[in-house]
Design a binder for this molecule. Structure first.
Ligand code: FAD
Length: 491
């Protein structure tokens, strides 16, 4: 059943070009619905709600209809109709994106295309070490399918139970495994996508080497739904690590954490598969709000490192790690360390890290920065940015954490205790400007792994070089001349 739809008026302050807005009447909604069947064309507000609000409640969108295609040919038909009628399409995976790219604008003029029903694992090839998954398969399901065949898909995010392969590729997701295995881009061999003219680009390549011109897969990866709708991908599998050692260490300063990282890197080489850092305030939040969490130490430490070394074969990994940790104790790089003795202890250590994103919301407003700087600049960046935000908002509580080995800091700032949440959050852009200026001074990036979406679109235009922006706009215009793919996002 199609409910009546009245397009919302344009409201100022939204980054959507008025000239391109098209209203969608009930007849057009019915034509879209006919492609997927009424049961998969959601027009009732309660049914649409999970697709229109994002994880942090920062963006709430509006749409005439959420379409849930069940096949690649249905995606093609949707895109063709959108091209014919100039309708904007917003591809959506697990709706865990953190920059608003998957949420339609409040204008209510764009149609959401959820890939959730394209959820088959088409093939697992253990000789070739590849897995072909449709876009709507969750990251966790891919990890599980690989593990069931004694293989490993190393992409790992705290959102892995919900985020989908299409979404991880469209955002070039990072996470905790990048240090050793790279980001989603490095873990993908081929892509199948429905392009804006409605044709299927069949690039389901399983080749490790293929130098036949421009890499279209790499263009689609990280394009955030603005160049096409990814429908399937060939993913690279790795040998399952059989020897894994996990350490939770207390450290005094980010400088010492960096020295520890370099010491471990030298001692264990590519076997160093994770090096995450957590400030004490972050651990306090987790202990306060995450059920089942426990401080591994009796003493408090200003910073913590969660370290993992792993390998397909056990070449005395534990002994090597213990020797390196002993050296690090002697030099003062670590103040305390706990080596996981059991799988459940290892899970407990990781729980302290993975819950960190979620628990911050219980401490009131939190202004986020997903940034990267050269690895050697991380300590200086944290010190300068912390001082600057506290000067801007006295009492503000920086919670910088993340992937030290990638130079990726989630520089989040909690509101002062007892402050007014909306008043604090109203300073989001102002604080972003302040922190991003420090990032740029250090030669860093304003988006390390979450992308641009809607949140950082204006900022991208300010910080990216004119040449880079011209090239990106030329690519967008060539591939999507009608501008139907995720309009108003990224560029
Ligand atoms: P969505 O949120 O649905 O969409 C994200 C973007 O991709 C949108 O622009 C959308 O239009 C586009 N898109 C989605 N599917 C397709 C498709 N099939 N074809 C074309 N475009 C598509 N990210 C990291 O990189 N590292 C982290 O460590 C990390 N941790 C997180 C922890 C938590 C608790 C949460 C909530 C999020 C985290 N994220 C992290 C962000 C998020 O999970 C990733 O960006 C993820 O890749 C998004 O996948 P999704 O399926 O939810 O995509």
């Amino acid at each position: 059943m199609i409910a009546g739809h009245v397009p919302a008026p344009y409201r100022p302050g939204m980054s959507r070009n008025l000239d391109t807005l098209k209203t969608i009447d009930n007849d057009l909604v019915s034509r879209f619905a006919a492609i997927v069947g009424d049961a998969h064309a959601l027009t009732i507000p309660d049914d649409q709600r999970p697709y229109l609000i994002e994880w942090r409640d920062r963006f709430v969108g509006k749409t005439p209809v959420v379409l849930r295609p069940g096949s690649v040919s249905e995606v093609c038909a949707i895109v063709r109709l959108a091209g014919e009628t100039g309708t904007g399409l917003v591809p959506q995976g697990g709706n865990t994106g953190l920059v608003g790219g998957q949420i339609p604008f409040e204008t209510g003029t764009d149609v959401v295309v959820s890939l959730t029903r394209l959820n088959a694992i088409r093939d697992v090839d253990t000789d070739g070490n590849t897995l072909v998954a449709e876009a709507g398969v969750t990251l966790q399901a891919v990890q599980d399918a690989a593990a069931a065949r004694d293989r490993f898909y190393p992409l790992s995010l705290a959102s892995e139970g919900s985020c989908q392969i299409g979404g991880t590729l469209a955002t070039n997701a990072g996470g905790t495994g990048v240090l050793a295995y790279g980001s989603a881009r490095d873990l993908c061999l081929g892509i199948e996508a429905v392009m804006p003219d409605g044709r299927v680009y069949d690039g389901l390549n399983r080749l490790r080497k293929d130098n036949t011109g421009y890499d279209l897969k790499d263009l689609l990866i990280g394009s955030e739904g603005t160049l096409g709708i990814i429908t399937a991908a060939v993913l690279k599998l790795h040998p399952k690590p059989n020897a894994i050692e996990t350490v939770f260490a207390g450290v005094e300063t980010p400088d010492k954490a960096l020295s520890l990282f370099n010491r471990l890197r030298e001692a264990t080489g590519p076997m160093l598969t994770a090096f995450e850092f957590i400030p004490r305030i972050g651990l306090d939040y987790v202990l306060r709000y995450a059920p089942g969490s426990r401080d591994p130490f009796n003493d408090r430490h200003p910073w913590y490192a969660l370290i993992e070394v792993s390998s397909g074969v056990d070449h005395g990994l534990r002994e090597r790690l213990e020797t390196t940790l002993t050296e690090a104790f002697e030099t003062g790089e670590i103040s305390d360390a706990a080596l996981a003795e059991t799988e459940s202890q290892r899970t407990d250590f990781w729980h302290l890290r993975t819950m960190l994103s979620e628990v911050q919301r219980y401490e009131g407003g939190s202004i986020k920065h997903d940034v990267s700087v050269p690895v050697s600049h991380v300590p200086a960046f944290i010190a300068e940015a912390s001082e600057a935000v506290i000067e801007m908002v006295p009492g503000a509580r920086p919670v910088p954490f993340g992937h030290l080995g990638d130079g990726n800091v989630h520089f989040n700032v909690s509101q002062p205790v007892g402050a007014d949440r909306p008043a604090f959050l109203a300073r989001w852009e102002e604080m972003n400007d302040l922190v991003h200026a420090i990032v740029l001074k250090h030669g860093g990036s304003i988006s390390a792994e979450h992308g641009i979406g809607r949140m950082k679109r204006n900022e991208l235009a300010r910080v990216k070089s004119p040449v880079a922006l011209d090239l990106m706009r030329a690519i967008k215009a060539a591939i999507d001349p009608k501008g139907i793919m995720n309009p108003g996002k990224l560029l």
